[in-house]
Each structure stands twice: as structure tokens, then as C-alpha cells.
Design a protein around this ligand. Structure first.
Ligand code: GLY
Length: 384
């Protein structure tokens, strides 16, 4: 339950989001941003005259800008947001033509764009794109191991048996496809992947592996990798949140209680590890120095915690809601840019523990912060 003070704060943040998105959306109308460079959004729509496949238009975050526009359209009814969302959705058609750049992240790309458009406008072209993407995702299912293959081979590394926890955010595309077509195959694959993940990824203490390698022929587990976290056996915070909110989303689509219990177990672990200042590190098991932080994990966790709070009993609700509020208030008060100096809202994201750059804007930090704030208001357009 939000207090009167929470409500005042929430209304102020919504005003700030509306003011910021009003001018940023115009400025970046023809872009698909990933980050900001010297305060200005970069652009993942690049012409590729050489004809070789690049990662730019296939980049896994390219759905979030459209998703932000749909959230704003839902909040304000302003047609300009719908128009901008549809521009970026159309640009993504090139990914289907190129094909080779696509992997399991088709959910991240087409849920906040085409599925959103179809939910809001019933556009048949968007439905077609989203079903196409769902079929590509279903085609990555490994029957022996019961998992969806993550990436394509990386620099000659054989990844046929690799699954990653992030995929919990892609499988809602499969739930949607079954809900939309009445064909249970998609949902069966999604649930099998989620079931495999509960034992292969989620540890007893509620922490989560990033990458699990299966034998692609017999399905046995070969090993785990630290992936974007500090090291094998560590606890990459964004991965914890892909699992936390991811299992909650599987529960929301299926009502299978195991998924809710798993989401709660991960959430309890996450809450117990939130530092006193509310700032989330890149990995809960990283060394104290150097300081490496990732606000995107805070924003994603807040979304999942709010959804858990909606379905648990009164005696538990506040645990999840208060943790979400702490994360969101921290993001708003010390981790955001509400000026016209920078196109981003959330300033301090990190791609992975060992990457060269830290504490920069990443588009999904803004997306999930907005989603969480609109959830608190009770007016989110559920895109997953
Ligand atoms: N899904 C990749 C990441 O979270 O960086």
C-alpha cells in the first residue's frame, strides 16, 4: 500500500518522465537508441552499404525504444508516441531479411514493438511480425536438454548447448503466440524451458547462474559460466533480475505455482542483498573495489517486486513493495538525469562486470524505470 508521501513522490516522478520524454522523443524520433554519447542518444539504425551482416539493427535492445514510446502513448494518449514506436518497429523488418544476426533475443525485440502495437491497434502486420519472431524462437528449442538455445556461435566458440537466464524474458513471446493462436506448442516450449531453468539455473539460496552449457546431443549439464558477472558461481545482478521478474512473468501467463515460488525465492535473496544505500552492484559477489554498479538491475528488480506484491497475501506484500520503492526512490533521487543535458533518464548502467566501460546510460534502464513507475500508478501497459 502506497502512503500519501509515496503518492506525492510518484506523481512528481510521472511529471518528470512526461516532461523528459516529450522532448527526447522528438529529438530521437528517427533513431533506435542504446546509450547516450556526450549526452545524445546513439542510433542502432545504420545503413550497411557493404551488405555484410552487422549487429546494429539486430542488436538485442532495439525493442526498448519502441516500448518506451508505447508506455508513453498509453499514459498520455498523444499520437506522436504511437507514430515514433511504429517507425522503429518497421526498421526491425530488416532483421528478418538478414536472419543470421537473430538469436533468442527476438522476445526482447518484438514484444515491446510488434506485440505492443498489435495489442493497442490490432495492426495485422504487427501480428505477423510477432508470430514470425515467435516461430524463430520456438525453432531454437533443444529437445534433449529441454532448453532454448541462447546465442549463435561467438567467434568460433561452439554455443549449441548454451542457455542463459536472460531468456526468461524472451519466452513470454511464446506464451503470447499460444494465447493468440490457440496452438499450445509455443507455451509447451516456454514452460519446458522455464522448468529446466528452475533446476539448472536457480541455486538453493535463490541466487542464479548466468550461463548453463548443456550437451546439445544428450541434454546433460556440462558446466556453468559466470557470463556477464564476476566469475563462475558469482551472482550477476541483472541476471538475478531477469530470473526474478522472468519467473514472475511465467507465473502470470501460466499460474503454475512453482514459478511464483521460484520468483519469490530469487526476490528474497535479492532483497537480502540490497546495500543500505539502495545502489545495486554489477555482481553481488564482486570484490569491494573497484566500485561497479548497475542501475538497470535495480529498475528490472523493481518491476518484478511490484508484480509479486500484487499476488501475495497482505502479510508479505509490504516486503516486496517497500524494496521496490527503495530501489525506485534511489534511482530517482541520485541516479537520474531530469535535465535537458542528457537524452537518458537512468545514468549508471553496466553491460557486464568485465567490460571496459561502466556507469553509462543503457536504454532498458530507462524502459524498466518507466514500466515500474507506471505499474505503481496502476497504469502500465503490460508488454511481456
Ligand atoms: N541480455 C543481456 C544483458 O542483460 O546484458
Amino acid at each position: 500500500m502506497l502512503t500519501g508521501q509515496d503518492q506525492v513522490w510518484l506523481n512528481e516522478v510521472i511529471d518528470k518522465i512526461s516532461t523528459k520524454m516529450d522532448w527526447v522523443s522528438e529529438k530521437s524520433k528517427y533513431k533506435i537508441p542504446f546509450t547516450t554519447i556526450n549526452g545524445t542518444h546513439d542510433n542502432r539504425i545504420v545503413d550497411n552499404p557493404s551488405g555484410t551482416v552487422t549487429d546494429e539493427i539486430n542488436w538485442w535492445t532495439n525493442g526498448f525504444w519502441g516500448g518506451m514510446m508505447w508506455l508513453m502513448y498509453h499514459e498520455t494518449g498523444n499520437e506522436k508516441y504511437r507514430e515514433i514506436a511504429q517507425i522503429s518497429e518497421k526498421e526491425l523488418d530488416r532483421c528478418f531479411e538478414e536472419f543470421y544476426g537473430l538469436h533468442h533475443d527476438v522476445g526482447f525485440m518484438w514484444l515491446p514493438t510488434s506485440v505492443a502495437n498489435y495489442k493497442v491497434t490490432q495492426n495485422p502486420e504487427s501480428r505477423k511480425r510477432a508470430l514470425h519472431a515467435a516461430n524463430l524462437l520456438a525453432g531454437r528449442f533443444n529437445l534433449a536438454g529441454g532448453f532454448i538455445r541462447a546465442w549463435n556461435d561467438i567467434d568460433h566458440t561452439d554455443t549449441r548447448g548454451w542457455a542463459i537466464i536472460d531468456c526468461m524474458f524472451n519466452i513470454p513471446l511464446l506464451y503470447w503466440a499460444s494465447e493468440e493462436t490457440g496452438d499450445p506448442r509455443f507455451k509447451q516450449i516456454a514452460m519446458k524451458h522455464a522448468d529446466t531453468g528452475m533446476t539448472a539455473f536457480v541455486r538453493q539460496d535463490g541466487s542464479v547462474n548466468h550461463i548453463v552449457e548443456f550437451d546439445p546431443f544428450d541434454g546433460g549439464i556440462v558446466r556453468t559460466y559466470g557470463g556477464q558477472g564476476y566469475e563462475e558461481g558469482s551472482s550477476w545482478t541483472r541476471g538475478q533480475t531477469w530470473a526474478l521478474y522472468g519467473y514472475m512473468m511465467s507465473y502470470m501467463h501460466t499460474h503454475k505455482d512453482d514459478y511464483l515460488q521460484t520468483a519469490k525465492r530469487i526476490a528474497n535473496y535479492f532483497i537480502a542483498n540490497i546495500p543500505a544505500d539502495g545502489v545495486i552492484p554489477v555482481d553481488f559477489r564482486q570484490p569491494k573495489e573497484p566500485k561497479r554498479e548497475d542501475d538497470t538491475a535495480a529498475a528490472i528488480a523493481a518491476c518484478g517486486l511490484i508484480e509479486i506484491a500484487k499476488v501475495v497475501g497482505e502479510h508479505e506484500k509490504n516486503l516486496y513493495l517497500e524494496a521496490a520503492l527503495k530501489l525506485l526512490r534511489t534511482l530517482d533521487s541520485t541516479r537520474s538525469d531530469w535535465t535537458t543535458n542528457d537524452d537518458c533518464i537512468i545514468k549508471y548502467g553496466s553491460g557486464s562486470y568485465h567490460s571496459a566501460n561502466h556507469h553509462h546510460a543503457i536504454i532498458y534502464g530507462d524502459y524498466y524505470f518507466m514500466e515500474a513507475i507506471f505499474k505503481l500508478k496502476g497504469n502500465d501497459l503490460y508488454l511481456w
